[in-house]
Design a protein around this ligand. Sequence first.
Ligand code: URA
Length: 278
Amino acid sequence: MDPFDKALHLTREAFLSIQEGLGKKPDASLQALEKLKSMTRRRISSLARQQQQLLSVSDQPPAPHLKLPDSPLEQWTMDSLRKAALVCVKCSHLAASRTQVVFGVGNPKAELMFVGEAPGADEDAQGEPFVGRAGQLLTRIIETMGFTRDSVYIGNVLKCRPDMPPGSSGNRKPRSEEMATCLPWLREQIRLIRPRVLVALGATAAEGLLGETRPMRELRGTWLEYEKTPTLVTYHPAYLLRNQSLQEKRKVWEDMLLVLEKLGRPISKKQRRYFLPT
Ligand code: URA
């Protein structure tokens, strides 16, 4: 059965069981459900059409600024890249489930760029990366380093919230193939921003960005490279929310001290001592 017909069938079944429980007719008619189905179909086709137009996936030679960001010869600006990414339907299941694409935020000329794994529910609702609890912690880390949130750049490997089974809350990890499909957008963002230092937040971001599958204990704390840009992998702020010990906080902070040193930023005595046992 086609997924829409299946959803329609299940919804109708649910209404019928409500009807049994209440002893009266449910409010939604089959016609209303059919209308819902065709509206959803129309929205998905229109998204697909928009992207086709933007990315010129026709037989015509694509306009230079409208191709997929696979070739280093493209002349993207951050704005044209953002516009194209916002209507991306390369992962049709994510295009159908997302509220919006979460492109990235911050200074397009930032010297420091943070890369997370994927938007969660808060980010999907607001269209901005790292705005939930983990995001608030990331903002505190950024500010403790002496930056403001809008002086750095924050993005994710995956630009859409990974879809969840109906009725379940929470987030799932992006799949490797979803990250690989989405990676050209991030690569182009990095190429345009040209940060002096990249920070990958967590093992999933390290896998998506660097292809690294080693465990975090081996990855963090040493400099790696993404296309010649010094890259540090550190724990994801969500990990720190789950493990609030001083030692784990200190590990992330030591990583951030390495970043400050690499950027030649001044570090105060007070900053050096954060999260050390007293
Ligand atoms: N976690 C991420 O990796 N990215 C976000 O944008 C939010 C939470």
